[in-house]
Structures are given as structure tokens and as C-alpha cells.
Design a protein around this ligand. Structure first.
Ligand SMILES: [Zn+2]
Length: 886
């Protein structure tokens, strides 16, 4: 699944994101066995499903015949089902024998249904035949509807979203990843509409009542969470590549906006067929774009039928930028990597979810950098790693591989540790064993486990075989315990033309000063380099220390290339020497050094002035992405001053004085010869200066926005989103009303959703309140309310959180049903109000099951840390600023 959500982009400072799931129930864990919530004595092998949806009534009826093997005599058969009403249930021993009726009992808390026979069911092969009714949801889980258009043009399309545990909302099933089976799907759909599933259509016949019975070809063996069905008034663009039919499916009339996605898929498929050593095994692969959004995912890797929300897949010529295009490519690279990591080979249970998400995230980064070297996305590596470290350095962190007992806990596992830390650890291990060895290990893993289920050790074993290095030992240290190693360069002495360096390892922690947990030890692969030489030396830090000889005398850089998952701290003189060489470092190491020095400054391990001196010394000609990273860091510090306007202004003025010269050098207007880096930086700097409340930038944005209808050149596509955002953030009531009118009139679904989110971005309290009311009025569409409230929360966390609690029932209706335990804590996440941790605690006590409190606990830990930063660290920044002026 992909975590790019609309509000994730807006909520730059907030925590994690994930997907639907529901109530907690007791799980069964037997040592050495895979966790299950279902009895293990019956296994499905094939599902034959007929689905008859009634979109107008938001309900469907279904029939399913499941081939099962009863492994030992049982009285009843138990499977997963949620919100399904059973009309008929029977069991057939073999073709030609009479069906024996079954008695149904439903346990809604456990999300199961049990079917009891009149006498014991002997071991053997049977067919379980069920007829039932279910409901179509208005949020993105189970079988759900997305509405678009108004008046005569109003339309409703249906889609499915089953990860992690919502197939059970549409099909009574063994809805756990280990129960792989084949699926044959029939659906009754209106004539003239297009129906899509994982496999191509095999047959169809008109029923004479305006409907068509569509039958899809049988799927390969796969997990329930990967099944997909969609129907609506769609267009499909297609092409042939690598013997596979590639398609993109959109609302009628929108396929032009998906041409880029189709083209990107072609290149990615070619790359993956080669990389994985197993060719994509299905006859077709569609990318399906649905209008609307979810709070918890942007796209989903259903095998052969990837679902994406339009904002992650379409490029609208009216607003899409260079960065949007890169985003479409990245999401596709991620979801297509899952066609192997996740779909072809699947984790036994959610404990190893990172095998899906860490790998898909890593393949996304690797493939984008490889197929589009001109975008330099490899420079995002530090930012991605940082996303994980922010969470991993808190006491609420968890190991990459963690025990998951319930589906709700599985839902909470879709977080930065699983995605970004997983991806960073893979990058480190690949760097350690070398690209060729790594790929050989991955290929062997797919060959050995295709169509099966695995745990992480199945992969480590293959890598140990090819690498001849202790891959498993390092991998276990980084995936079975939480936390961020801190490697300190204690001393570096020039001897015989080399630097002899002493390293020591401890742990980077944000909030655990008072906790006396035993020190964690990692086996850490590190890379060091003397600045100015091109010889990088690799070493292992074992049992907390290492002595390394680095070729050449001079200033030693730790974590050269930034592939390591650890923070680098230097003894003060060594840092000062290296800082003097900052301009000579490769861009990736400049980003790494400033990121570590800021994080270490905020937690007190290093003086904050070290980061500020780097910020002060950054050369105008530095790489655009280095400038972009600095702009982000300035924005982050500026936010920490929220609620203290005088001190915030002082820091803001410093940040503006550093960014404006660069902004002036590239200008607001595109110039011939601008590369992608400059194009992205222009957008980023304007946005950052707007966030810093730079009067020059805000005035220029307003001037250009005012001219948008009379002088199109004033607001070129590349600036449209950014300028409109600045205007919205700084809007007065009249501007807000004008934006509201524009949102109502807008035809493009993509632009319309963005405008409603921008209405929720105002700095002004009164306008933020109006946006909250507007969100619940339903005008923006059923899936927009959740993201509007989250957008308000970015600037007004206390207001949004209080509002959501005051309108609890209404808000719960507009959030993907089972992800509520994540949604409310996220609204509070950017708060630095000392009252907020207490409020969150009361919310958690009153509304959350004890097994579903992780996100609330994490938000409390992060808010408390940021309050400590504000009280204890920001004075050092004030002092540094005062000394500059003194
Ligand atoms: Zn994913």
C-alpha cells in the first residue's frame, strides 16, 4: 500500500499513516507457529464468487462456493465475516451428493461466522456454499462507492479495498494472508459500464434486464487482501509490454491525464522482470484511478489491478508540476514492486509486514533513481531515513518485525518504521553486501517462495548464502530491536598518511533520558572517507566500538554516502574541521550532516549552533536539493516557535535572509535551461518563504493570484498550486469566500479537492472554524471531510482536535471505519500545548481498546518531546541570533 495521502502532504510534521481494519479479538499464538485468529483445522483452496451490487441502495448480495479441506473432524467451520447477513449455508461432500444444511452463528466482535453441521464433519474435501447480503461503504474499505459529478452528471463508481483485513466485508473468507487460494469472480453489472478485477474478463452474457453477467478468469493462488473488483463508467488506455497487457483506467473522459502513468508502467515492468528474475505472471496489469481520497492510503497493490486515488496517479495539466510527475512515478514503482514483494510472495502474518512495505519503498527509491537519474531522487534518502528516525528515537517505537496480535494492530503497523526504516535498513544492507550479491539473494528468494508465504529469515538465509558476510546478524540487530544507533567519532589521528579513527556506539534517544533501559548494541556497517580523497573504507562497529584506518590524512567523514541507519556525532574539533569543508562534500553528505546536526542539537547531544553555522555557511551554488532541505529545516524550527510570535519572527527573519538570495538568483519565472532540480526548488522556496510569512513572497503571490484571470503568464501551471496555497494560508474573509466559490464551481475533481483542502489551510482562527463546519456539511464530497479536518489540524491542532471530539459521531462517519484509533491522535500531533497530552490520554482512555493505543501513546510522546525542545533548546537559537546581531 502506498501512504501518499492528501493530508500526509499537508501534515508535514505529523506522524504515521495507514489503512483500514477493525475490532480487536483474541489471537492464537503457538510458539514456532504463525499467528491466527481462525482455527487451523480447515483450509480453503478455491473461491467461486458471484457478486450482485445495488449501488443506489448501497448494498449487494453475494454467493460463494468455497472448496475446503477439513484436516481433522470438526463440528463446525469458522471463517471471517463482517456485516454480512447469511441467507443460506450448506456443505456438499462431493459433486452429486446432497447439500447438508448448516446453522449459522455470527460473532461480530471476533469478526467471524461459524457454520455448524447436524453431525461431525469428517476429514476430507468439501464445498461450502453460502448466500448472503452485505453493504457498500461510503469510505474506502471493503466494497465502497466513490461519487463524483453533480446534477445530471452525478455518477457512482464502485471499488474494493481489502488490506489489511476487509475482504471479510465482501466475502465470507479465511481472511488472513497465509490462507492463499485461487479466486473466480462473477459480477452482475449494468450494461455499458466497465467491470475490472485482478484477471481479464473471460466471458460475459447479457441478462436481458439491462445487466450483464461478467466472469473473470481464475486468479493464481493468492491472499484474500489482494482481490479487487471495480465497476463504473470508465475509460481504459492500454498497451502491450513484455508480453503483458498494461492498462490505465479512469473516469470517462479523464484517461488523457493517465497517459504518463501508462508510459511509466512500461519502463518499470521491464526493469522489474529483469531485477526479480521471475517475470510478472499475470496476463494483464491495470492501474485504476478513483476520484476522492482516504486518510490512510494513496494506492493499493491488488495483484494485476492496482487501485490509486486520482491525486496519486493523474496529471492534470491545470495544476500538475514536475514534482507531481515524480510522485506518480514513485507510487507506481512502489505498487508494481508489490506485485512481487507482497503479491507473488507474501508474509505469513502481519509481524513481517515490512517485507512488503520496506521492500516496496526501497524498490520505489532505487527504481526512480535508476530510471530517472536526471531527477536526483537519490538525494531524498536522508529525508526518508529521517521520517523513520523521528519515530524510532522515541520510547514508543517498536521493532521493524513486531508481534501483531489483532487486525487493528496490523492496521497500526502501516507506519514510518515499517516503511521508511524498513527501506533504510535494506539500503544499508545492500550497500554492505554489494548490488550484485543483493540482487542474487533476492532472485533466489523469489525462485524458492513464489506463490508462497515467508518470514524475514527466509530472505536472510538466501542473502547469507550469496554474500559471504554476516547479513543475518546485522539484519536481526536492526529489525528485532527498536531504536537508532548513535556512532560517535571520538578521535582521529594522522599516522603514516592515514587517519586512525576511534568510533563508539551508543543510542540516539529523544525522550528517554530518565529511562534506564539497558544500552542497546547493534552490529553496524559503517563507511568512512577522508574529505578530498575518493577512497571509502567499510568497517563493522561491533560490541559498541571500532578502530578504523581511513586512507589519507585530513577531515574524516562518517556515513559517507549516507546509506547507514545511524546518526553521526563528532568530537567538537572534528566537527568544526569538517564544517570548514562543508562546501566540498557531496550533496548527499551535506544533507546528512545538516540533518544529524539539527536532530542532535534538538536533543542536546551537540550544540544547536553547529547546525546554525552550517545554515549560515551554505554556498549559493550548493545543489538545489541541499537548499530545499535547508528550507525544510528552517520551516521545522519556525513551527517549534508557534505560539511565541516575537521570537518566531526573529528566527523567521534569519531564515528569510538565508533563503531570499537563493530565491532571487533563480527568480519566480521559469528560465530556459532550468533543470528539474531548479524547477522543484523554485516551488519549494516560494512555499517555504510563504510559510515563514515573508512579506515580499506573500505580496508577490497575492499579486500574481489577482492577475490569474487577466494575465495567464502571471500564474503559470508550475506556480499555480504553490501560489494558491500561500494566498489561502494568508487569506482574509473575502479571499476565503472567493476560494470557496471557486471550489464549488470547479469541474476538475482533482483541483476541486485541492481547493477544499486549501480552504482548511488558513492561519486565521475564524476561517479555520468555518472550514471545520464546512467539512461536516458534506459539500466537498463524502471522502473530503476527513482530509479537511486534518488540514485544519496542521495549523490549529487544538482547535481541530476539540472540534472532532465535540462532533465525534459525525467525524467517525467520515473516517475509514477502523482507522479511528489513528485519526484522532494525528489531529493532535502537531500541538505544542502542554494541555494536549492530557486531553489525548483522556480520549484514549474513553474511546480506545487497550490494544489500539499505540498511535495515541506515540503522539503524546512526540508532543511532550517538542514541548521540551521549545523550553530547553530554542533559547540556544535565540542566543545565537542575538550574538549575530550583537
Ligand atoms: Zn506499499
Amino acid at each position: 500500500m502506498d501512504r501518499h495521502t492528501i493530508s500526509a502532504a499537508l501534515l508535514a510534521l505529523a506522524g504515521a499513516v495507514a489503512c483500514p481494519a477493525m475490532a480487536a479479538s483474541a489471537s492464537v499464538r503457538i510458539p514456532g507457529q504463525v499467528t491466527t485468529e481462525l482455527p487451523r483445522d480447515v483450509r480453503p483452496s478455491h473461491y467461486d464468487i458471484t457478486l450482485n451490487p445495488y449501488p443506489a441502495g448501497m448494498r449487494f448480495d453475494g454467493e460463494v462456493t468455497i472448496d475446503i479441506d477439513v484436516l481433522k473432524a470438526v463440528d463446525s467451520v469458522t471463517l471471517n465475516a463482517v456485516d454480512l447477513q447469511f441467507r443460506k449455508a450448506s456443505l456438499v461432500a462431493k459433486p452429486g451428493t446432497r447439500a447438508a444444511p448448516l446453522q449459522v452463528s455470527v460473532d461480530s466482535k471476533a469478526q467471524t461466522a461459524s457454520f455448524r453441521a447436524a453431525r461431525a464433519i469428517a476429514p476430507g474435501h468439501y464445498r461450502l456454499k453460502l448466500a448472503y447480503d452485505g453493504k457498500i461503504n461510503s469510505q474506502a474499505f471493503g466494497l465502497f462507492a466513490l461519487d463524483y459529478g453533480t446534477g445530471q452528471a452525478a455518477r457512482r463508481a464502485l471499488f474494493t479495498q481489502f488490506e489489511n483485513s476487509d475482504a471479510r466485508c465482501m466475502i465470507p473468507s479465511w481472511d488472513e494472508p497465509e490462507y492463499k487460494a485461487t479466486f473466480s469472480l462473477h459480477a452482475i453489472v449494468p450494461q455499458g459500464q466497465m467491470a475490472i478485477s485482478n484477471m481479464p474478463m473471460a466471458a460475459q452474457h447479457a441478462l436481458g434486464d439491462g445487466n450483464v453477467d461478467v466472469q473473470f478468469a481464475e486468479t493464481p493462488k493468492m491472499s484474500t487482501y489482494l482481490l479487487f473488483f471495480g465497476v463504473g463508467e470508465f475509460d481504459r488506455l492500454k498497451t502491450q509490454a513484455e508480453g503483458v497487457e498494461l492498462g490505465v483506467i479512469t473516469r470517462k473522459g479523464a484517461s488523457g491525464q493517465a497517459a504518463y502513468a501508462l508510459d511509466a508502467a512500461k519502463g518499470i515492468l521491464h526493469e522489474y522482470n529483469d531485477y526479480f528474475g521471475v517475470r510478472f505472471p499475470l496476463p494483464k496489469l491495470d492501474n485504476i484511478a478513483g476520484p476522492g481520497s482516504s486518510q490512510f492510503f494513496g494506492a493499493m497493490e491488488n495483484w494485476g489491478a492496482i487501485f490509486s486515488f486520482e491525486h496519486t496517479m493523474l496529471l492534470d495539466p491545470a495544476i500538475s508540476t514536475q514534482r507531481s510527475k515524480e510522485g506518480v512515478f514513485e507510487v507506481e514503482a512502489h505498487e508494481m514492486a508489490h506485485q512481487w514483494f507482497g503479491d507473488l510472495v507474501t508474509m505469513h502474518w502481519w509481524d513481517d509486514l515490512w517485507l512488503n512495505e520496506g521492500f516496496a519503498s526501497w524498490m520505489e527509491s532505487r527504481t526512480t533513481a535508476r530510471l530517472h537519474p536526471e531527477w536526483h531522487t537519490e538525494l531524498h534518502a536522508v529525508e526518508n531515513r529521517e521520517g523513520a528516525m523521528v519515530q524510532d528515537a522515541a520510547k514508543t517505537s517498536h521493532p521493524v518485525i513486531q508481534h501483531i496480535a489483532t487486525v487493528e494492530q496490523a492496521s497500526q503497523a502501516f507506519d514510518a518504521i515499517t516503511y521508511q526504516k524498513g527501506s533504510a535498513v535494506i539500503a544499508m544492507l545492500e550497500n554492505y553486501v554489494g548490488e550484485d550479491n543483493w540482487r542474487a539473494g533476492v532472485r533466489a528468494y523469489f525462485k524458492a517462495h513464489a506463490y508462497g508465504n515467508t518470514t524475514s529469515d527466509d530472505l536472510w538465509q538466501e542473502l547469507d548464502k550469496v554474500a559471504g558476510k554476516p547479513v543475518s546478524a546485522i539484519a536481526h540487530d536492526f529489525t528485532l530491536q527498536p531504536g537508532v544507533p548513535l556512532i560517535r567519532v571520538d578521535a582521529a589521528v594522522c599516522k603514516d598518511g592515514n587517519e586512525v579513527v576511534h568510533l563508539s556506539q551508543s543510542e540516539f534517544r529523544k525522550d528517554q533520558g530518565a529511562v534506564t533501559a539497558p544500552a542497546r548494541i547493534w552490529l553496524v556497517p559503517v563507511r568512512l572517507q577522508t574529505v578530498g580523497t575518493n577512497q571509502v573504507v567499510q568497517a563493522l562497529v561491533k560490541n559498541g566500538a571500532a578502530d578504523v584506518t581511513v586512507p589519507g590524512c585530513g577531515h574524516v567523514l562518517l556515513n559517507a554516502g549516507q546509506a547507514g541507519y545511524y546518526r553521526a556525532l563528532y568530537q567538537p574539533e572534528l566537527f568544526a574541521g569538517l564544517a570548514g569543508k562543508f562546501a566540498e562534500l557531496p550533496a548527499i553528505d551535506q544533507i546528512g550532516m545538516m540533518t544529524d546536526s539539527l536532530a542532535l542539537g534538538l536533543n542536546g547531544a551537540q550544540p544547536l549552533s553547529d547546525f546554525l553555522e552550517l545554515a549560515n555557511a551554505i554556498p549559493v551554488q550548493a545543489n538545489p536539493q541541499v537548499w530545499g532541505e535547508f528550507a525544510d529545516k528552517f520551516g521545522l524550527i519556525y513551527q517549534e516557535y508557534r505560539g511565541d510570535p516575537v521570537r518566531q519572527r526573529q528566527f523567521g527573519d534569519f531564515a528569510i535572509s538565508r533563503l531570499q538570495p537563493k530565491m532571487q538568483s533563480i527568480g519566480w519565472s521559469a528560465a530556459a535551461g532550468d533543470d528539474e532540480g531548479i524547477v522543484n526548488l523554485r516551488e519549494k522556496l516560494i512555499r517555504a518563504l510563504g510559510e515563514l510569512n515573508d512579506p515580499v513572497t506573500v505580496a508577490e503571490a497575492r499579486r500574481r493570484f489577482a492577475l490569474r484571470k487577466t494575465d495567464p503568464a502571471a500564474l503559470p501551471v508550475a506556480l499555480r498550486r504553490t501560489v494558491t496555497q500561500i494566498v489561502a494560508v494568508h487569506a482574509d474573509a473575502a479571499t476565503w469566500d472567493a476560494l470557496h466559490a471557486a471550489a464549488k464551481e470547479e469541474d476538475s475533481r482533482l483541483v476541486k479537492e485541492e481547493l477544499y483542502n486549501l480552504l482548511a489551510s488558513s492561519e486565521d482562527d475564524a476561517l479555520a472554524r468555518r472550514a471545520l463546519d464546512l467539512a461536516l456539511e458534506g459539500e466537498a464530497g463524502p471522502t473530503a471531510a476527513g482530509s479537511m479536518i486534518a488540514a485544519v489540524a496542521r495549523r490549529h491542532p487544538e482547535l481541530a482536535f476539540d472540534f472532532a471530539l465535540a462532533h465525534l459521531e459525525q467525524v467517525e462517519r467520515v473516517v475509514d471505519a477502523s482507522s479511528r484509533s489513528r485519526y484522532f491522535p494525528r489531529l493532535a500531533a502537531s500541538s505544542i500545548d502542554p494541555a494536549m497530552p492530557g486531553k489525548l490520554l483522556s480520549y484514549a482512555n474513553a474511546h480506545l481498546d487497550p490494544s489500539a493505543r499505540h498511535d495515541a501513546d506515540e503522539a503524546i510522546a512526540n508532543i511532550s518531546y517538542r514541548i521540551a525542545v521549545r523550553d530547553q533548546r530554542l533559547p540556544a537559537i535565540d542566543a545565537w541570533l542575538a550574538a549575530r546581531h550583537g
